[in-house]
Ligand binder design. Structure first.
Ligand code: M6R
Length: 364
């Protein structure tokens, strides 16, 4: 049931405010001030390293979470693609907590990576959508993301629910390790509680993004740039676009532009820059100037201050509501998804069942 939407993907994008709200109610106390996790949750104060393993979009959720765990909790984090991890057979040092992220809970490589860790770590933790899946069953503790059934092959609401749960875990870790003061924790939790309504405001950009997407749909290539927390989201934005619109899209950390990808820039290359006006924004402005000087067309997704700071010369802008920078990947996922969706619709591709792809990759 597409609930009046043309595609499951559109329905699942639109559901995000409510499913994230459901995940938050599940993991927060009634007054919203405390994070509630099962008693069997390992103590983050006693672990020395976190290893996260996943595939595809779930891997990008892990890459985002690495920034959170490091910045908020001071915890060393490794993130790996499951198909690499399982065959590299990396040494696991004592005190490592292994965390697997999967929407379906059936991804063959992620399951094999989990099995590799089974006798090597004290606790196997997973963050899954399908609660009765193999990955959930074979974990010591499986935390549900409560996104509800995701039908569209391109993952959308599972991604933002994964991010929400991973951010709550990072906050728990920060608290357990004495790395965050009560005021900052209360601030972030309050921004999280407001997130469903902030996402609803961002949904109002839908029509504008559809118009931009129509123009993007004539391009053969696209480049996504992001810094810090926006870098993994740039990767996710490029994956979404290529999966469903078949436009060749690449993503780079903005600082890598000069190290190669700038050679691709000419007036046929749209460059999608996702950058709230945070501490790194000035650096992103210089990157945009480098692109514009070579005729590249910039689509800037930022907040009002960022758009004002970027000045003239930007091809298109999408203005996002203000948000605590730590939460920006969850909010900015929405325009990235909508951009891919509307581009695919403009191209007339099969949005929910893109060619060559399966929803759940249960074979290698
Ligand atoms: O079910 P999983 O989360 O383990 O799936 C992982 C990837 O196969 C999945 O995220 C894939 O990349 C999606 N098609 C992305 O939209």
């Amino acid at each position: 049931d597409k609930a009046g939407h043309k595609h499951f993907m559109a329905k699942e994008i639109a559901e995000q405010p409510s499913v994230i709200g459901a995940a938050l109610s599940h993991y927060l106390s009634a007054d919203g001030r405390n994070i509630v996790l099962p008693d069997t949750m390992p103590d983050f104060a006693t672990i020395s390293r976190l290893t996260m393993v996943a595939c595809g979009t779930a891997y990008y959720a892990c890459l985002t979470a690495k920034y959170w765990f490091e910045r908020l909790a001071g915890l060393p984090v490794e993130v790996d693609i499951a198909s690499e991890f399982r065959y590299r057979e990396p040494p696991i040092t004592p005190g490592t907590l292994a965390l697997f992220v999967s929407q379906s809970g059936e991804t063959a490589d992620t399951l094999a990576a989990l099995r590799y860790c089974t006798d090597r770590v004290d606790t196997i933790l997973s963050v899954v959508n399908v609660a009765e899946s193999s990955i959930a069953r074979e974990s010591d503790l499986a935390l549900p993301i409560l996104a509800g059934a995701e039908i569209g092959v391109a993952s959308t609401k599972a991604f933002t629910c994964q991010l929400t749960v991973l951010l709550l875990l990072a906050l728990r870790a920060a608290h357990a390790r004495g790395q965050i003061d009560d005021d900052r924790l209360a601030d972030i939790l309050s921004s999280l509680r407001a997130l469903p309504s902030t996402l609803n405001t961002a949904m109002e950009r839908n029509t504008q993004i559809r118009i931009v997407a129509r123009q993007l749909s004539t391009s053969e290539n696209a480049l996504f740039l992001g810094r810090g927390l926006m870098y993994p989201l740039a990767l996710e934005g490029a994956l979404k676009l290529k999966e469903i619109s078949y436009i060749h899209a690449e993503a780079y950390a903005s600082g890598e532009l000069k190290h190669g990808p700038i050679a691709l820039i000419d007036d046929t290359m749209p460059v999608i820059v996702m950058a709230p006006c945070d501490a790194l924004f000035d650096k992103t402005v210089s990157n945009m100037q480098e692109v514009m000087a070579r005729g590249g067309r910039i689509l800037l997704i930022s907040d009002a201050r960022g758009i004002a700071t970027a000045g003239d010369g930007v091809w298109q802008t999408v203005s996002m509501p203000d948000i605590d920078p730590i939460l920006s990947p969850i909010l900015y996922a929405l325009p990235a998804q909508l951009l891919a969706y509307h581009t695919a619709v403009a191209k007339g591709t099969d949005v929910d069942q893109p060619r060559n792809l399966a929803k759940s990759v249960t074979v290698e």
